[in-house]
Design a protein. Structure first.
Length: 213
C-alpha cells in the first residue's frame, strides 16, 4: 500500500485539497444560507414547522437519489457535487441556528433595544454571539456529513478523494484496487478529523469566556 501511496502521492494530495476545498466552500455557503433562513424563521414563527419538516425530510433523502435528480439539471462534474453538498450542509446548521436564536433570553433582547440598538445590531451583537456555540455545533456536524457526501459525489465526477474509492470498487480484483479504495476512505476520514479539530479551535477563539464557562 505504501508503494501505491508514493506512486500516487501528487494526485492524492491534489485530490485531498479538492475534497477539503469543496467541503469548506459549500459549508461556508450553507452556513450563510442557513443563518438567513433561521433569522426568517424566528421572525415568522409560522415557518418553524416547515423548516423542521424540510430538515427532517432532507436528511432522509439518499445522496445518490439527489445526485441523480441533479444530473439532468446541472450535468456531470462539479455542479451537482456543489449543489448536493451545499443542500445537505444547510440542514443541520439550519436546525441548530433556529434553536439557538430562539433560545436567547428575551430579557437580553429587550435590554438591547432599550439601549437603542436596532434589529440588525441586536441580531449581530447580542443574538449571534450567544447563539454561536450551538450554531457552530451544527456547522461541525454539517462538515462531517459533507465530507461523506463529497466522496459520494465522485459518482458524477465531482472533485475530491471519492474518485479513489469508486475506482477501487470498480476494479476490485486488480492489483491496486483495494489500495485505491483504502486511500480514498482513510484520506476522507483523516481530513474530516483535521477539519473538526480546526472547528473546535475556531470555537475556542470566537466564543466568549463567559459563554464557555
Amino acid at each position: 500500500m505504501w508503494d501505491f501511496i508514493v506512486q500516487e502521492r501528487a494526485d492524492i494530495v491534489y485530490g485531498g485539497y479538492q475534497h477539503v476545498s469543496l467541503v469548506v466552500q459549500c459549508v461556508a455557503l450553507a452556513a450563510v444560507i442557513a443563518f438567513l433562513l433561521a433569522v426568517l424563521v424566528t421572525r415568522v414563527p409560522a415557518l418553524e414547522g416547515l423548516a423542521n419538516a424540510v430538515s427532517a425530510i432532507g436528511l432522509t433523502l439518499p445522496s445518490f437519489a439527489l445526485l441523480g435528480f441533479l444530473l439532468p439539471l446541472l450535468g456531470i462534474g462539479p455542479g451537482p457535487a456543489v449543489a448536493a453538498v451545499t443542500f445537505y450542509a444547510v440542514l443541520p446548521i439550519l436546525r441548530n441556528a433556529v434553536v439557538a436564536l430562539q433560545g436567547v433570553d428575551r430579557t437580553l433582547l429587550e435590554s438591547a433595544r432599550g439601549m437603542g440598538m436596532g434589529a440588525v445590531a441586536t441580531l449581530l451583537r447580542v443574538q449571534l454571539p450567544l447563539a454561536w456555540p450551538v450554531i457552530l455545533a451544527g456547522i461541525r456536524t454539517s462538515t462531517q456529513m459533507s465530507m461523506g457526501v463529497a466522496a459520494i459525489a465522485a459518482v458524477v465526477l465531482g472533485p475530491g478523494l471519492g474518485g479513489y474509492i469508486f475506482s477501487g470498487l470498480e476494479q476490485i480484483g486488480n492489483a491496486n484496487a483495494l489500495y485505491s479504495a483504502l486511500v480514498g476512505t482513510i484520506g476522507v476520514v483523516l481530513l474530516a478529523l483535521v477539519l473538526d479539530a480546526l472547528l473546535l479551535l475556531l470555537g475556542r477563539l470566537t466564543t466568549s469566556k463567559g459563554i464557555r464557562a
